[in-house]
Design a protein. Structure first.
Length: 202
């Protein structure tokens, strides 16, 4: 089965007394089958006095993909797997993007998912990486894109975490900032419920 490139998203790191390394994160994250969490997004756009906020919940399942459900300011659902991206807004027909229908957009989403696996080979192919052990089990991973289309969009992407991935900061070429904060991480049960399985059916 193809490995999920983006499974670093909210995957728990077991506590240890020694320095944290990227290789260690990759190994530990790969063992987690299902991760659930709540998110808050804050976006600061150049020329706007006040940031834009959104919030919701997300689910990452190793055998299914990523389910991202924004609740505020309006309902929006995004499902990503290795073959498609589905975006659904209440009252509208879901939009499905595949590699055949929109190669550039699908490539962008495929590369974005590479951020969340901590797969060192993939990261170093697409980014200049800077990993730091900040002490007390805290860590930071700075990614500077060096391949298209990410290098045309983002200046740097920074991941911060401790026991879990706690935040992602994206700074784009226009100087806009988008920061995601993750809370209430839940790693059990390790199998999806029947209701959760429905999230991936469109």
């Amino acid at each position: 089965m193809k490995r999920w490139w983006w499974m670093i998203l909210l995957l728990a790191v077991n506590g240890s007394a020694h320095a944290v390394t990227l290789e260690e994160l990759q190994q530990r994250f790969a063992k987690q089958s299902v991760v659930r969490a709540e998110f808050t997004q804050e976006r600061q756009i150049q020329g706007m006095a006040q940031p834009l906020y959104s919030r919701g919940e997300m689910l990452v399942a190793q055998h299914r993909g990523l389910w991202w459900h924004q609740q505020k300011p309006f309902p929006l659902t995004l499902v990503l797997d290795d073959s498609r991206m589905v975006q659904a807004i209440a009252g509208q027909t879901p939009q499905v993007i595949t590699a055949d229908s929109n190669p550039q957009m699908f490539q962008f989403n495929h590369l974005m998912r590479a951020l969340f696996q901590a797969d060192r080979a993939v990261l170093e192919e697409n980014f200049t990486t800077g990993f730091k052990d900040l002490g007390q089990e805290k860590w930071q991973l700075a990614l500077t894109p060096k391949t298209s289309p990410l290098d045309k969009l983002f200046t740097v992407i920074t991941l911060n975490g401790q026991a879990n991935l706690d935040s992602i900061l994206l700074i784009d070429k226009q100087g806009d900032r988008t920061e995601l904060f993750f809370t209430k991480h839940r790693l059990t049960p390790e199998m999806l419920s029947n209701e959760e399985e429905q999230h991936f059916k469109f």
